[in-house]
Design a protein. Structure first.
Length: 175
């Protein structure tokens, strides 16, 4: 599936801060998916995220830890943006890109808007709980005070298949 960029034509002030770099994003997405292959046995949904700075260096890394840490805020995106903010010494991540294997939920999408993330790149779409175009779009909501670029569908089939397989195993449908 080809990456789909959010519709910025209707609202010209909602342009991504960074230009799409599909090779770079595919590289990071494949790396995150390999990490997810190794996780998921501890009860957490295999979702991983990385924050890249303006020079495409990793400044934050996270994977889901809700079950393991018994923390409702243990989402991959929140862990990664927290690390990035601490490393930069600033909560504003305007010139950064978050790459994540699954479309962020409303809590994570809200945190991304609040952190002023420049751009978000995700793999699998989440029509039930996704908040960057799935069931709602917080990046394009009139209340959003920040223009955040969104690119969805990078390595989407691999990311979706990985999650489907994890849920089948979790439900005991596959041994």
């Amino acid at each position: 599936m080809a990456p789909q960029e959010s519709s910025n034509a209707e609202r010209p002030y909602r342009q991504p801060y960074l230009q799409p770099n599909s090779q770079l994003y595919r590289h990071w997405m494949r790396r995150l998916l390999r990490h997810c292959d190794r996780m998921g046995h501890d009860g957490d949904i295999p979702v991983a995220a990385v924050v890249l700075d303006a020079k495409n260096r990793c400044i934050g890394w996270g994977s889901n830890r809700r079950h393991q840490a018994q923390d409702p805020l243990g989402h991959a995106e929140l862990i990664a943006i927290g690390q990035a903010a601490r490393l930069l010494g600033d909560w504003r991540l305007n010139h950064c890109t978050l790459v994540v294997t699954l479309e962020p939920c409303p809590m994570c999408a809200g945190a991304l808007v609040q952190a002023r993330m420049g751009q978000v790149v995700f793999g699998a779409q989440d029509p039930k709980r996704g908040a960057l175009g799935g069931c709602l779009d917080l990046a394009d909501h009139p209340s959003a005070h920040h223009a955040m670029g969104v690119i969805g569908g990078v390595e989407a089939e691999a990311a979706s298949q990985q999650l489907r397989l994890w849920f089948k195993r979790r439900r005991g449908q596959i041994c």
